[in-house]
Design a protein around this ligand. Structure first.
Ligand SMILES: Nc1nc2c(c(=O)[nH]1)N[C@@H](CNc1ccc(C(=O)N[C@@H](CCC(=O)N[C@@H](CCC(=O)N[C@@H](CCC(=O)O)C(=O)O)C(=O)O)C(=O)O)cc1)CN2
Ligand code: MET
Ligand SMILES: [Zn+2]
Length: 801
């Protein structure tokens, strides 16, 4: 029997060509379609995607990669990791007895309830005391911009196989004539993302209970030749406890499914490194996947293949980048694959030509860009469908090189044309970059003139802010009306002048609204921005915007990351006019508008980045471009400038050994943006979506004057033990803007009192935990009224004391 060559991927994006999934899921939430329609439309999307993958050349397609909301939530649901409060809420308090898994609506509503929270009695939007169940937490999926749900496990969690959608999907795909491979998030990665709220059982105890349910599931999938188990935790530094957990869990799992199906162990986002010898090579697995884009070091430093080639029956080579949009250099990939195959020698091992990770992180297809994107740039790019074609071509060219030379040559020509293109290189930008010292040398080059204490003194004198000053994070509701106006402008229905006038009107109303609310430091509302990163991408050179390059961020929410293809500069001011206008409306009030920029690390992380230079170099270019904007804002009389860095934690490399250099360049890039402003200009920054424990020193190094930081969901756990450590001003978010629930005055006040155990009165600001763009105007109004009242009551009580 000769070994087989197979083209496949680890997963396909779910949203659809025109974000059909977003539309149908949101349609269900708003009552426009019923549950049967939701299921039939989403089933159809799945089938269309299967067909598309096969048509474009895949031999084997993944099933189980689709999800109505999130794959970790699906896994939790399938294994009965469903906290009872969600079932009770969905069944009007009847609890388990009223809950029938055959009742598809109850099932779907429980599922979405876990993701989004559930309203029970009273109106949760207007009545803070109304009963409801909060959504489960979300967490970043490794170092990506995708957020998964954090399932909750407890001592009483009773694992059971309650969901049958994976088995059904698999059967359906087979019936349609496809070679399908069920994909499951592996038990260790699943438990890694779970929040264990129990007191008695450890995660290892949970693993023991969970593993038999995995075995049951895989038994139900009997007939499938392969099962894919995703364990990207193998890209992390794992301590001995984790190593043992992994070995024990997999030994049991693999013996349970032995002879039933073959298991492909899949790691991505990095190399196995020492986890290969400690874990992988000790397990009787049938196949192993390597991320050859982000984890190539496995082939440089270890004899990975030698260790496993006599025991495995397939090796999966992730040569096509699942996280970035550049065309694969097929000739280089073929060389890599040939080398690896050589080291396999005569062993009978199937070769899978695979994506490095799931294609979840790249857009659907280039169709929406044809005739819109600059044609030179277009030839450098592949989205999901095009990446599938690359895999198919790679496989075919590997088998029959002579038949495909023309296509491989064409690809070489396109790929190299980027590296030599005039579009990519800017001599002035590169010249300017040369003047920036490398981060490993003199760090004072990046600092401001004086330290935080002196700046604080000067700023206190100038701003004369009250105690517990109030502010918001920047955006105000991006209402349907705002989005419609923007569409009308983009489609040419209204002129630029009309659009600009509309945005100015909204900004003016926003300023008046904030004055009425009594906020102390105001914002312009960010109405002119589709997104805090895409907006800057539209103004910088070296960036290219896509028309339909949507990528799922969480649930039904998507982002359209811009593409960084060349050296970055800022040809003209981007934000000054509107911010200056907003500030002009405050004449005579003694109040200030905060200028609002997105920081270099966040712009970098939420864009598709160049792969022909280091991230540090690209971030430095962005920082220099932003520095110009900061100085122009200052010249225009803007005294407070916020530089948002919500992605600073997400940018932290997965392995400790890579983190030290990141800490340095990330802090330096941030400082570069604002280093030349005067002492009296107050620099704010904002961070969210993370646990900040492991980057506290980075936050301190960034040396902002004021930090607003998400805190409301993680209930202060970020700041425990740092009393006296962080000395600049700080506004830990007092409530969660991602929930429609209106926060009560008393609960926010209680939070401040807790915060006062860690921070001084002089340090504390009063603000929400993130921007208001996803909320309604009414929700924002009610929440901010309460928030301002908190500040006033605290101010009064401390005056008395
Ligand atoms: N880049 C980035 N990453 C991030 C965040 C972020 O803010 N930006 N925040 C976190 C994630 N949070 C997020 C919060 C909200 C949304 C979100 O609301 N996304 C919107 C899209 C926002 C947008 O670009 N809106 C466009 C409209 C785009 C659109 O839908 N256009 C329609 C046409 C609409 C019409 O005709 O009415 C189309 O193209 O089909 C605009 O404002 O102009 C959505 O999915 O619905 C995304 C992420 C972490 N990562
Ligand atoms: C994801 S962080 C958001 C910060 C931005 N200034 C906003 O208020 O929307
Ligand atoms: Zn935020």
């Amino acid at each position: 029997m000769t070994a087989e060559k197979v083209a496949t991927i680890l997963g396909f994006p779910r949203m659809g060509k025109d974000r059909e999934l977003k539309k149908c899921v949101e349609g269900y939430w708003s009552g426009k379609i019923n549950v049967e329609e939701l299921i039939s439309i989403s089933d159809k999307i799945k089938e269309v995607h299967w067909e598309l993958q096969v048509k474009n050349g895949l031999d084997v397609i993944p099933v189980g990669d689709f999800s109505l909301y999130d794959h970790i939530l699906d896994t939790a649901f399938m294994f009965n990791v469903i906290p009872e409060r969600y079932i009770k809420a969905t069944t009007n308090g009847e609890g388990l007895t009223g809950y029938d898994l055959k009742n598809i609506k109850a099932k779907v509503d429980t599922y979405f309830g876990m993701a989004r929270g559930i309203t029970m009695s009273g109106n949760i939007e207007t009545d803070g005391s109304a009963q409801g169940v909060q959504a489960l937490e979300m967490k970043k999926w490794f170092d990506t911009n995708y957020h998964c749900i954090v399932p909750e496990i407890d001592d009483s969690t009773s694992y059971a196989l309650v969901g049958d959608s994976l088995v059904n999907d698999y059967k359906k795909a087979v019936k349609l004539g496809y070679r399908a491979r069920p994909c499951i998030i592996g038990p260790v990665t699943f438990l890694h993302y779970c929040n264990n709220v129990g007191k008695r059982l450890s995660k290892a105890d949970h693993a023991k209970k969970l593993v038999s349910v995995y075995v049951d599931l895989i038994k139900n999938l009997a007939g499938a030749e392969w099962i894919q188990l995703d364990e990207p935790v193998l890209s992390l530094d794992l301590d001995q406890e984790y190593v043992d957990l992994f070995l024990n869990t997999y030994n049991e799992l693999l013996s349970g499914v032995h002879g039933i199906t073959k298991v492909m162990l899949v790691n991505y986002f990095g190399a196995y490194e020492d986890n290969f010898t400690k874990i992988v090579s000790k397990l009787p697995i049938d196949g192993i996947h390597f991320d050859l884009v982000y984890g190539l070091s496995d082939f440089e430093s270890t004899h990975a293949i030698d260790k496993i080639k006599n025991t495995i029956s397939a090796i999966s080579l992730g040569v096509v980048d699942g996280r970035n949009i550049w065309k694969t250099d097929l000739a280089i990939s073929l060389e890599k694959i040939t080398q690896i195959c050589k080291s396999i020698g005569n062993a009978e091992i199937d070769i899978w030509f695979n994506s490095s990770c799931s294609l979840l992180h790249v857009p659907h297809s280039l169709d929406a860009e044809l005739g819109r994107m600059d044609s030179e740039i277009l030839q450098w790019i592949s989205f999901s469908v095009e990446k599938i074609r690359e895999l198919s071509l790679l496989k075919n060219a590997y088998i029959e090189p002579s038949l495909f030379t023309e296509q491989i040559n064409k690809n070489k020509h396109e790929v190299t044309s980027r590296l030599t293109s005039q579009k990519v290189k800017s001599i002035p930008v590169q010249q300017q970059l040369k003047e920036i010292p490398s981060t490993s040398t003199d760090e004072s080059v990046f600092s401001r003139n004086t330290d935080n204490y002196e700046r604080r003194r000067v700023q206190r004198e100038l701003f004369k802010l009250r105690k517990f000053p109030t502010t918001t994070i920047g955006s105000f509701p991006q209402t349907l009306e705002v989005r419609k106006k923007r569409q009308e402008y983009l489609k040419g229905i209204i002129s630029k002048k009309e659009y600009d006038t509309y945005i100015r009107e909204k900004t003016k109303k926003c300023i008046e609204w904030q004055l009425e609310l009594g906020l102390d430091v105001l914002v312009h509302g960010e109405y002119e921005r589709t997104d805090m990163v895409e907006f800057f991408g539209e103004h910088f050179t070296g960036f290219c915007k896509t028309n339909g390059g949507w990528v799922q961020s969480y649930g039904s929410r998507c982002v359209k990351p811009p593409i960084i293809y060349g050296d970055i500069s800022r040809p003209k001011p981007m934000t000054v006019e509107l911010i200056e206008y907003a500030q002009s409306l405050l004449k005579g009030t003694g109040k200030y508008v905060k200028g609002m920029l997105t920081g270099p690390v966040t712009i970098l992380r939420w864009s598709f980045v160049r792969n022909d230079q280091s991230l540090q170099t690209t971030a430095t270019q962005i920082a220099l471009a932003l520095q110009k904007e900061v100085l122009d804002l200052e010249v225009a009389g803007i005294k407070i400038i916020q530089v948002d860095e919500p992605a600073i934690r997400e940018g932290l490399p997965l392995r400790k050994k890579d983190q030290i250099s990141y800490f340095k360049w990330a802090a330096n890039c941030f400082k570069l943006v604002s280093q030349h402003v005067s002492n009296s200009t107050q620099i704010h920054t904002h961070m969210c979506y993370s646990d900040f424990n492991d980057i506290l020193h980075l936050i301190k190094d960034m040396d902002a004057d004021v930090l607003t930081i998400e805190n409301s969901k993680s209930s202060l756990k970020n700041f425990k033990g740092v009393k006296g450590y962080y000395e600049a001003d700080i506004g830990p978010g007092l409530y969660d803007v991602h929930s429609p629930r209106i926060p009560l005055v008393e609960e926010m006040k209680a939070r401040v009192h807790e915060l006062l155990k860690i921070f001084t009165i002089e340090q504390l600001w009063i603000n929400p935990d993130c921007g208001n763009k996803t909320r309604t105007e009414r929700e924002v109004d009610l929440a901010l009224k309460n928030m301002v009242q908190v500040s006033r009551e605290l101010e009064a009580s401390f005056k008395k004391a």
